[in-house]
Design a protein around this ligand. Structure first.
Ligand SMILES: Cc1ncc(COP(=O)(O)O)c(C=O)c1O
Length: 381
C-alpha cells in the first residue's frame, strides 16, 4: 500500500514507537500521579519525561506550561477560548483549519469577539504587513497556521510574532503541519501559545497533542476534576500543568510520542525535512511537466513549502480520483476541502476541493514515481 495521507496523520510510525507503546501498556500503564505505588510513579515519570523532552524540543523554558491534549484541535480550543473575552478582536487568515476558524466564528456569532480573516497571496502566503495593518486597539490575539494544510506553504511566523510582541498582542501558532519537520523555537519566534499534534510529524499515535503557553499567561479552563493533586481542595488547582490537565491522561499515547520525538532527535530534523522536500520536488516536477492533465495549487517550487501537495486531475472530481487511487492502485490520498474551506474559496476550488498528497519521511522516490504513473493512467483513461 502507498500511504500519501501524512498531512492527516503520519503512517507508519517508527518501529520504536510501536515498541514503546507495547512495553508501556504491558508494564507501566498505572494511573500516573494518583497512587503512590511503584507502577504509578513510573507512569508519572514517563509523562514528566515526555513533557521535558517536548519543552526542550520547542525551546520552551517553563516545562509545566506544556500540557498534553487530545490533538491539535483540543489545544487550539483551549487556547482560543482560554484567553478571549468580550470585546476582543482577533486576527487570523483564510488559510486556517476549521479547528481555528470554527471556534472563532462561534465566538463571533455569539457577539463576544470580532475577527479579521486576512487574505493570502495567490500562492498562499500571509504578508506580515497585512497583519500589522489589521491590529486595532482591542486586538487581543493573532492566530495563524504555521503551514497551510492545503497548499503546503510555510508562513513567516517569526516576522508576525515580532509584530505581535511589539504591539502587545498574543500570538498563537497552529503547528499541526510543522511540529517535527520544521524547527520551532518559541523564544526566537515570539510565540505565546503553541498548539501541536503528537500524531503527525512527531510520530506519536492518534489521540496525542499538546499546548504550550508562555509563563504568566492566565488561561481560562473548563475541565475540572481529578489531577492527583490537592484532592482536599473543593476547587480545581490553578497551577500548570494541572490547571489544563484534568482526568487520566493518555499515558500509552504519551509513551509513544516520547519515542517519536526521540526518533526525530536521532535522525535529525534537517534530514527528515530534506528527504520530504526531495520527494516533493520530484512530484512537483511531474505536475509541471504535465500541466495539460493536472492543475497544481500553491507554489510549484520548493521554496517555503512543505510536502503537502494539492492538485486536481483536469475534468475529474477529486473524490473520484481518490477512490480510483484507493481501489485500483492501493494508494491512500485525501480529497475534498481538508477541513479548510476558506482557502478553497481563495484558490477557486470550493466546494469540490482538491486531491491532496502528504508525503512523509517513510515514503520513497520509487513510491512517488509509482503514484505518478498511476495518475498518468487515470488522467489518460
Ligand atoms: C493546519 C491544521 N490545524 C489543525 C489541525 C487539526 O489537527 P488534529 O487532527 O490534531 O486535531 C489540522 C489537521 O490536519 C491541520 O492541518
Amino acid at each position: 500500500m502507498l500511504y500519501f495521507d501524512n498531512t492527516a496523520t503520519t503512517f507508519p510510525k517508527p518501529e520504536s514507537v510501536y515498541k514503546a507503546m507495547d512495553e508501556f501498556m504491558r508494564h507501566s500503564a498505572a494511573n500516573p500521579g494518583r497512587s503512590g505505588h511503584k507502577m504509578s510513579i513510573i507512569a508519572e515519570q514517563a509523562v514528566t519525561e515526555t513533557r521535558n523532552l517536548l519543552a526542550k524540543f520547542f525551546n520552551a523554558r517553563n516545562v509545566s506550561n506544556l500540557v498534553f491534549t487530545l490533538n491539535t484541535t483540543d489545544a487550539l480550543n483551549i487556547a482560543i477560548k482560554g484567553v478571549l473575552s468580550s470585546g476582543d478582536h482577533v486576527i487570523t487568515s483564510c488559510l486556517e483549519h476549521n479547528s481555528v476558524s470554527r471556534p472563532l466564528q462561534r465566538l463571533k456569532r455569539d457577539g463576544i469577539i470580532s475577527v479579521d480573516f486576512l487574505k493570502a497571496s495567490t500562492d498562499g502566503f500571509i504578508a506580515p504587513a497585512d497583519v500589522k495593518n489589521a491590529i486595532k486597539s482591542n486586538t487581543r490575539l493573532i492566530v495563524l497556521t504555521h503551514c497551510s494544510n492545503v497548499l503546503g506553504t510555510i508562513q513567516p511566523i517569526k516576522e508576525i510574532g515580532r509584530i505581535a510582541r511589539d504591539h502587545g498582542v498574543l500570538f498563537l501558532v497552529d503547528a499541526a503541519q510543522t511540529a517535527g519537520v520544521l524547527p520551532i523555537d518559541v523564544e526566537e519566534d515570539f510565540i505565546d501559545m503553541l498548539a501541536f499534534p503528537g500524531h503527525k510529524a512527531l510520530f506519536g499515535p492518534p489521540g496525542t497533542g499538546g499546548l504550550w503557553t508562555r509563563q504568566g499567561l492566565v488561561i481560562g479552563y473548563f475541565r475540572e476534576g481529578g489531577t492527583g493533586k490537592d484532592s482536599q481542595s473543593e476547587i480545581h488547582p490553578a497551577e500548570m500543568p494541572y490547571r489544563l490537565e484534568a482526568g487520566t491522561p493518555n499515558t500509552v499515547g504519551i509513551a509513544g510520542l516520547n519515542a517519536g520525538v526521540k526518533f526525530i532527535l536521532n535522525e535529525g530534523i534537517k534530514k527528515i525535512h530534506a528527504h520530504e522536500l526531495a520527494l516533493t520536488k520530484r512530484l512537483l516536477e511531474f505536475f509541471t511537466a504535465n500541466k495539460d492533465k493536472f492543475t497544481l495549487y500553491g507554489p510549484a517550487d520548493c521554496a517555503n513549502r512543505l510536502s503537502t501537495i494539492s492538485f486536481n486531475v483536469k475534468n475529474m472530481p477529486p473524490e473520484e480520483v481518490s477512490a480510483v487511487l484507493d481501489n485500483s492502485f492501493d494508494t491512500a490520498s485525501r480529497s475534498g476541502l481538508h477541513c479548510a474551506p476558506l482557502v478553497h474559496k481563495h484558490i477557486g476550488t470550493f466546494p469540490e476541493g482538491t486531491l491532496r498528497f502528504g508525503l512523509g519521511y517513510f515514503n520513497t522516490a520509487e513510491e512517488v514515481d509509482k503514484v505518478a504513473r498511476a495518475l498518468e493512467e487515470i488522467a489518460s483513461a
